[in-house]
Write a protein of this length. Structure first.
Lengths: 194, 312
């Protein structure tokens, strides 16, 4: 708006420089926005992400009685690889994921793999029905009726999966459904399978 | 011209009103419930731009329950904030701390507003003066024109430049401050007891919250889980009471009888058994409730039960 007037009154180079300043300001704001967008979009870069269940950290406690009544304690499973999967019958992707988890457990159980599925804010009746429907009855399911375990693990929702290695540390986590490819890439190395 | 002015003024008024309402909504105390107040100042980690109090996502609902339960156990809002920050990062806090580097984030909007408003007001005043003096209104855009005795004409341009430089400096300041802020706001605390130890008190507090919200099915589910962890008579009786409320008298009867088998004549167990029997066996119910009144005439529920037995 003021560009032409400046040019008339000021020496050319100075006027040009003044016109550059607002442009630079805009560029600065743009750069800041881009930096923040990248930080937000890439959870890995946020060093201040959830420290409790970050890879390398010891997992939060996971104890209780499974749906079938057997006592479960993650701390007692040191030496085995444990897949901790948070799911719910009201979650569509979880429904699709359960057969894969059941199949994975069957396949690697001889390699000391244990799968603990945590039923988040769900009723036991609905969970039993879902397990029957997806052929995943043999999974060890821990009820988490109020979602306190999910919050204690720093979960963002369901499904969410954590891998706990033989040393009892969190090795990896996946927000959203896991695929056979993801398990191949992240779980099989923990099991010592080349 | 006049119509445009009125439309412009109206638009400005609407925008101002919106700003005032928005500001009021964001700063007013939500209500007296401390759990809701704490939830309102936390960002839902699974959603965009929603607070834990407002979000309908299941994880936000779980966080609300956890907040209520932990407050119920006497934990302070600060401890709960720390608990959640250790799980979801500093991003769950919707307000940066107003000290140290965090202060910069509070000051930036104020400074930016000032830096933006000053040249705007200045330009507006320059725009009005020649118009009032009767010169052609369009000419007022040309700020170079000497338009009054007060100031040299080039000052508006200078002000814009100064404003732009200020914005640049502020942006730079924020860019430098943001990562440090993230560092300092990370709590350096030992793991809190909630991360370990016994889950049963947590579960019981949660179940009580559910009962207060009339969600008895969920409460019963939680009591069952707690009972698995710790087969205590007190939990059995709480579960029984919840089951009576949702009409599952048979299971409630079994639970009360189990308690009476190990501790005969426990008043609370007699009370639950009596209430559970009311639907199917009113005679047995009256008998049990009379026994309850014999054992515990001073029980908080005694007056009501006396009334119930007397009238039924």
């Amino acid at each position: 708006m003021t560009g032409t007037s400046h040019r008339r009154r000021l020496p050319g180079r100075l006027a040009l420089r003044r016109r550059w300043v607002p442009l630079l300001a805009l560029l600065g704001i743009g750069a800041l926005g881009a930096t923040m967008a990248v930080r937000v979009a890439d959870p890995e870069s946020g060093t201040d992400g959830s420290p409790v269940s970050a890879p390398g950290a010891p997992p939060p406690p996971l104890t209780g009685h499974s749906l079938s009544g057997t006592p479960v304690d993650l701390a007692g499973l040191r030496g085995r690889v444990v897949v901790v999967n948070l799911f719910a019958s009201w979650c569509g992707p979880c429904r699709d994921e359960l057969p894969l988890l059941a199949e994975t457990r069957r396949r690697w159980t001889s390699r000391d793999l244990q799968v603990i599925a945590v039923a988040v804010r769900d009723s036991t009746t609905a969970v039993r029905a879902l397990l029957a429907e997806t052929g995943a009855e043999e999974l060890t399911v821990l009820p988490d009726p109020a979602g306190a375990t999910a919050v204690n693990w720093g979960a963002f929702g369901v499904p969410e999966t954590f891998l706990v290695d033989r040393e009892g540390r969190i090795a990896d986590r996946a927000t959203g459904p896991v695929t056979a490819k993801w398990l191949d890439r992240h779980l099989t190395p923990l099991l010592g399978i080349p | 011209m006049r119509g445009r002015r009125i439309a412009g003024t109206l638009l400005l008024l609407v925008l101002l009103l919106g700003a005032v309402v928005g500001t009021y909504r964001s700063v007013r105390p939500v209500d007296d419930d401390p759990a809701r107040r704490l939830a309102a100042e936390l960002r839902c980690p699974a959603c965009q731009g929603e607070s834990v109090a407002d979000s309908r996502s299941p994880i936000a609902a779980a966080m609300r329950d956890v907040i209520t339960a932990q407050l119920g156990q006497g934990r302070s809002p600060d401890e709960i904030r720390t608990y959640l920050v250790r799980r979801y990062g500093a991003e769950v806090l919707s307000a940066p701390p107003a000290r140290g580097w965090g202060l910069a984030l509070w000051l930036v909007p104020v400074l930016a507003l000032g830096a933006g408003a000053f040249p705007a007001v200045h330009a507006y005043r320059r725009h009005r003066r020649p118009a009032a003096a009767g010169s052609r209104p369009r000419a007022a855009d040309a700020v170079v024109r000497p338009a009054g005795p007060s100031r040299p004409a080039v000052s508006a341009g200078r002000v814009w430049t100064a404003g732009a430089v200020t914005v640049l400096v502020l942006v730079g300041g924020v860019a430098v401050a943001a990562p440090r802020l993230a560092d300092t706001s990370r709590p350096a605390r030992p793991p809190d007891p909630a991360a370990s130890a016994d889950p049963v008190p947590d579960l019981l507090a949660l179940a009580r919250t559910m009962e207060e919200q009339n969600r008895y099915e969920v409460a019963a589910e939680i009591y069952r889980t707690a009972l698995h962890q710790q087969p205590a008579d007190e939990i059995r009786l709480r579960l029984a009471f919840t089951l009576i409320r949702i009409g599952q008298a048979a299971e409630a009867t079994r639970l009360a009888e189990a308690v009476l088998a190990s501790r005969p004549d426990t008043p609370d167990a007699l009370l639950m058994l009596g209430l559970a029997q009311r639907g199917n066996d009113p005679t047995a119910s009256t008998r049990t409730l009379r026994r309850f009144l014999d054992r515990a005439p001073g029980h908080p529920a005694a007056a009501e039960i006396r009334h119930l037995v007397g009238s039924g």
